[in-house]
Design a protein around this ligand. Structure first.
Ligand code: FAD
Ligand code: NAP
Length: 321
């Protein structure tokens, strides 16, 4: 039998949203516990230069996350290396079970479990990830100034990424497995009007081709889905934009969701469909998905949790009178 730990605020996730919530909840004297999960520091630990974190012209993603962790800790946040495997939101206090055997009970929960870009699963995609293959145009587009780029996918993300990448690239080829886009019509109009963008229908990425020393992309081989014919397209960057999967496993049947599995929050707040449960960062954000927006939502979640707990205390005091 493991121990049981009670906290006023349990923060699940250690990306920018989780750590920022940790800073604010600690400064509100809520003595939060933050459980880091399988990826301490979150998605930014998987990248190199981050050039859009205000205050740092350039910072290495893993370094930034080490600093955020230290900041949360210095403010008094208890940071635990554990993975939540089960979360019960049906009654308060909420109960979370950790892989370590510890059970956490909490008066409020901040869910900051992030989202994951979906990948095609090709060995060559894996080989060049971070060296020409990316899933984030906002993050990496700047590195491809004046170069040719391909984007894979046909949804809003792919079309938005293709449009955004025309700010840097000399040419963008959007490669889609059908001849119809899933993206909203307004985005499609912008795409088709853009002289820098070419679309290649009925094609799937077959292989990313490049050099080993230095590691870098030179072209993609794409396959026609009907004829099987292979074509090689020269390019320096490959942006895979086939969707994101919010990490919602813990709350799938417990919280209201929308837009393909993102946790729904009351507009302008971090409040979910269960009072006392707040969501922040990529788990609730199908649109921006940035470190700074996640951190901002982490702040909101901590402030919302603080207000919620204060209201609970007021109600309890009134009932006792
Ligand atoms: P995440 O960073 O996704 O963190 C989620 C956290 O939840 C992790 O710590 C994980 O361990 C934890 N977790 C998940 N499940 C559990 C569980 N069951 N129990 C406990 N913990 C759990 N954004 C920028 O602004 N600038 C950039 O330059 C930039 N570059 C990027 C480069 C790459 C390669 C990628 C993938 C993303 C990049 N982003 C960038 C996007 C940015 O990383 C995300 O928007 C941001 O990290 C989201 O923060 P988050 O806190 O919501 O979640
Ligand atoms: P999405 O809508 O699921 O689209 C994914 C695209 O990738 C589809 O075109 C799909 O092809 C293609 N795809 C999936 N798996 C593939 C594979 N293995 N090989 C090749 N192609 C593959 O994902 P998304 O574009 O990331 O959008 C996710 C959600 O966020 C949506 O609800 C979207 O509206 C929302 N979103 C909104 C905004 C905005 O409002 N501005 C911006 C971005 C995202 P098929 O079409 O053939 O299935």
């Amino acid at each position: 039998m493991g121990d049981t730990r009670h906290t006023k605020v349990l923060i699940i996730g250690s990306g920018p949203a989780g750590y920022t919530a940790g800073v604010y909840a600690s400064r509100a004297m809520l003595n939060p516990i933050l459980v880091q999960g399988i990826e301490p520091g979150g998605q930014l630990t998987t990248t190199t230069e981050v050039e859009n974190w205000p205050g740092d012209t350039e910072v290495q993603g893993p370094d930034l996350m080490v600093r955020m962790e230290a900041h949360a800790k210095a403010m008094g946040c208890e940071i635990i290396g554990d993975i939540i495997s089960d979360l019960d939101l049906s009654q308060r206090p909420f109960t979370a079970k950790g892989d370590s055997g510890t059970t956490y009970t909490a008066d409020a929960v901040i869910l900051a479990t992030g989202a994951r870009a979906k990948w095609l699963g090709l060995p060559s995609e894996e080989k060049f990830k971070g060296f020409g293959v990316s899933a984030c145009a906002t993050c990496d587009g700047f590195f491809y100034r004046g170069q040719e780029i391909v984007v894979i996918g046909g949804g809003n993300t792919a079309v938005e990424e293709a449009l955004f990448l025309t700010n840097f690239a000399s040419k963008v080829t959007l490669i889609h497995r059908r001849d119809e886009l899933r993206a909203e019509k307004i985005l499609q109009d912008r795409l088709f009007k853009n002289p820098k963008i070419e679309t290649l229908w009925f094609h799937q990425l077959d292989e990313v081709v490049g050099t080993d020393n230095p590691l870098g992309v030179e072209a993609v081989r794409v396959k026609h889905v009907q004829t099987g014919e292979i074509t090689e397209i020269p390019c320096k960057g490959v942006f895979v934009a086939i969707g994101h999967a919010p990490a919602n496993e813990l709350v799938q049947d417990q919280l209201e969701m929308h837009m393909g599995g993102y946790v729904k929050v009351k507009p302008g707040t971090s409040a979910t469909s269960v009072p006392g449960v707040f969501a922040a960062g990529d788990i609730t954000d199908p649109v921006y998905r940035q470190a700074i927006t996640s951190a901002g939502m982490g702040c909101m979640a901590a402030l919302d949790a603080e207000r919620f707990l204060a209201e609970q205390e007021d109600t309890a005091e009134l009932a006792a009178e």
